[in-house]
Design a protein around this ligand. Structure first.
Ligand code: CTP
Length: 410
């Protein structure tokens, strides 16, 4: 890490990656040690920490660290560090490591907004991305001083997710560095809707919002302009993306009527209730109300909600890609794919990401087993993290997009 105040957040990043079983070597710049001292990094990583190319000459660390790494993460990356790497310098152990590695490099810049927006920094970021280095846009929010804007280091969990994704799928570095969804508008819906019964009770479901979070995080990392329409979720929204909070399927319908027409890709990862109570009681429902004579049963009348996915699929314009999700319980894979094909046809969307949730599988879990089916051609199965599934879904969606207006003719 380079010398920025955000270095304190990297303590948690190191701890999280080490706790996940990764061998982490910390390479701070001399300036970084002004913010967090060497003993902290040595304790968190369990390895000695050096900053200079002459600190361990027999170990040839300036080449060995980069050579042995599966991934190099620079967090925080200051404006000065970006400039030095863009210039190909190798005057300390960190820049030498970045220059010597053949592994993917993930940089997380953090600096004042004015420095981030300075043309010199913009040029350096463009140069680094052109060379295949993944540069994560900083989060927007309160900076070290009283002002706020883009320049914050994203939360360590978000960086860890991206880092683990690059370890799982090193080939994706090219898409992230190349910003292959730049200029595209992507709307992702996530979480579970809630249909209110009275002021304190609702009908809901156990969707965690993790899949939607992974999709939004990855689409933004690939350069898309992302809006996350979030129902009830257990996870924070990724940084630097617009978020619209909703609660019920009716809210979802209203939000998507407004947002879908301008989107290039819409991904409906939200678990939307198909039914809602016919009426919502303004007062808390009492136990005796509506109960049968022995009080053991009651009834709730439900009415169907609008099918948002079917509506936006029917209204889509040429070149726009609509992706639906389906969580199914099926006795075997053939039955699962049959259900998926029928649902794809019924909804009229371009792609359907289907997963088998028999016996409580997948919902809220870190790993997933998703098959992406399309109107024509075979499905694509992905087993791995939700980020890996998100990558496959975005790849499939991108392949169906109309060419961007400014894309060179091929
Ligand atoms: N969906 C939607 N509007 C609804 C319900 C669902 O847009 N009122 C979307 C979900 O976000 C998901 C897809 O439709 O992308 C499939 O949801 P699902 O509940 O599986 O669809 P249903 O048509 O309700 O199918 P089933 O009868 O299997 O429940």
């Amino acid at each position: 890490m380079a010398g920025g105040i955000a270095a304190y957040k990297s303590c948690y990043l190191v701890r999280r990656l080490a706790a996940a079983g990764h061998q982490v070597r910390v390479v701070p710049t001399e300036a970084a040690l002004n913010f967090v001292g060497r003993p902290t990094w040595e304790a968190l990583s369990g390895h000695p920490v050096h900053t200079g190319v002459f600190d361990d000459v027999p170990g040839v660390e300036h080449v060995r660290l980069g050579g042995e790494a599966d991934l190099v993460v620079v967090a925080p990356a200051t404006a000065d560090l970006l400039a030095r790497v863009a210039a190909g310098r190798a005057d300390d152990l960190l820049t030498a490591t970045v220059l010597a590695t053949r592994a993917p490099v993930l940089m997380a810049p953090a600096m004042h907004t004015a420095m981030w927006q300075n043309p010199a920094t913009r040029d350096n970021v463009a140069t680094l991305r052109r060379r295949g280095i993944v540069v994560k846009d900083p989060a927007v929010g309160r900076l070290t001083g009283p002002d706020s804007g883009p320049g914050r280091l994203p939360e360590p969990d978000e960086l860890a997710e991206l880092a683990e994704f690059l370890l799982e799928c090193p080939g994706a570095a090219a898409q992230l560095a190349g910003q292959d969804l730049s200029g595209r508008r992507v709307v992702v819906t996530a979480g579970g809707t809630r249909e209110a019964l009275d002021p304190v009770r609702y009908l809901g479901n156990s969707s965690s919002g993790r899949m939607g979070r992974a999709l939004a995080l990855l689409a933004a990392a690939r350069g898309a302009d992302v809006t996350l329409v979030a129902a009830h979720v257990d996870v924070p929204a990724p940084s630097a993306i617009e978020q619209v909070a909703i609660s019920s399927t009716e809210d979802l319908s209203a939000a998507m009527t407004e947002l879908a027409p301008d989107a290039d890709i819409v991904v409906m990862a939200v678990a939307a209730a198909d039914f809602t109570p016919v009426s919502r009681s303004q007062l808390k429902i009492k136990k005796h109300e509506g109960a049968d004579p022995i009080g053991a049963r009651t009834r709730i009348d439900l009415t169907q909600t609008p099918d948002v996915l079917a509506a936006i699929s029917a209204a889509r314009r040429p070149g726009q890609v609509i992706v639906g999700f389906a969580a199914e319980t099926a006795p075997d894979r053939d039955a699962l794919l049959e259900l998926a094909a029928a649902k794809l046809a019924r909804k009229g969307c371009d792609l359907l990401a289907v997963n088998d949730v028999s016996a409580g599988k997948v919902f809220g879990m870190v790993d997933t087993d998703v098959t992406v089916v399309r109107q024509q051609g075979p499905g694509r199965r992905v087993m791995g993290s939700k980020m890996l599934a998100a990558q496959a879904i975005l790849d499939e969606a991108r392949s169906l997009l109309a060419p961007a207006p400014d894309a060179p003719a091929s």
